[in-house]
Design a protein around this ligand. Structure first.
Ligand SMILES: O=C(O)[C@@H](CO)OP(=O)(O)O
Length: 248
């Protein structure tokens, strides 16, 4: 049996401001820093150790990983930064207030943009200053691979090769892995692992800073999964994420 731990970053400044974030590189709030440290403490207290960590190229996930590693006294852990674990690109919604967008377009439309499998948010124009074409962290990519928007299906299409080419072989080689990523890149991974239908994935929300353990069989099929930490606090955090896209 293998174990892998997934962790969404702690609260970011745009989580706090309730803005669509996507590939915007915002940092953690003080609460997010505390959540990341707490995730490390919970992992340490539950006796988890790791050989390797993966994260995105966005600082909210990177810093969450650093803080958790520090709390576990595992700053030495090798870390692979992979853009394919980035948050789903939120297109022209990036920077907009989620509740204001829901008031303008309706809760249902915002739910479709936030959670549907194959309907992307409106795309950025190619000359929009919010595009990532000039960002040096993506200089290794052909421009066609740099999204202007993404639905979850598009995120699955980039997360899956990262899993198949990098993460799954490392698990099979016996590495104990911690992944610090984002709400929607983790939804993409979990959809694939648990074979969740396109309809049911709409209802899956991932809370900030809560370690999620997956136990996998020899074929890397999930046996069971569970959050570490207080179940009531986790349920409240999941509900809070779901409610972020509703008009006030
Ligand atoms: O804004 C975002 O990029 C994501 C994660 O914070 O939000 P949502 O939960 O609305 O998909």
């Amino acid at each position: 049996m293998y174990k892998i731990v997934f962790m969404r970053h702690g609260e970011s400044t745009w989580n706090l401001e309730n803005r669509f974030t996507g590939w915007t590189d915002v940092d953690l709030t003080d609460k997010g820093i505390a959540e990341a440290k707490n995730a490390g403490r919970v992992l340490r207290e539950a006796g988890f150790t790791f050989d390797l960590a993966y994260t995105s190229v966005l600082k909210r996930a990177i810093r969450t990983l650093w803080l958790a590693m520090d709390e576990m006294d595992m700053m030495w852990l090798p870390v692979r930064n992979d853009w394919r674990l980035n948050e789903r690109h939120y297109g022209a919604l990036q920077g907009l207030d989620k509740a204001e967008t829901a008031a303008k377009f309706g809760d249902q439309q915002v739910l479709v943009w936030r959670r549907s499998y194959d309907t992307p948010p409106p795309a950025l124009e190619a000359d929009d200053p919010r595009t990532s074409f000039a960002d040096p962290r993506y200089a290794c990519l052909p421009p066609a691979s740099i999204p202007l928007t993404e639905c979850l299906k598009d995120t699955v299409a980039r997360v899956l090769p990262a899993w198949n080419e990098e993460i799954a072989p490392a698990i099979r080689a016996g590495k104990k892995i911690l992944i610090s990523a984002h709400g929607n890149s983790l939804r993409a991974l979990i959809k694939m692992l648990d074979n969740i239908s396109d309809e049911d994935i709409v209802g899956l929300n991932i809370p900030n800073g809560q370690p999620l353990v997956y136990e996998l069989d020899e074929d890397l099929k999930p046996i069971r999964h569970y959050y570490l930490g207080d179940p009531e606090a986790i349920a409240a955090a999941v509900a809070a994420v779901a409610n972020q896209g509703k008009a006030r």
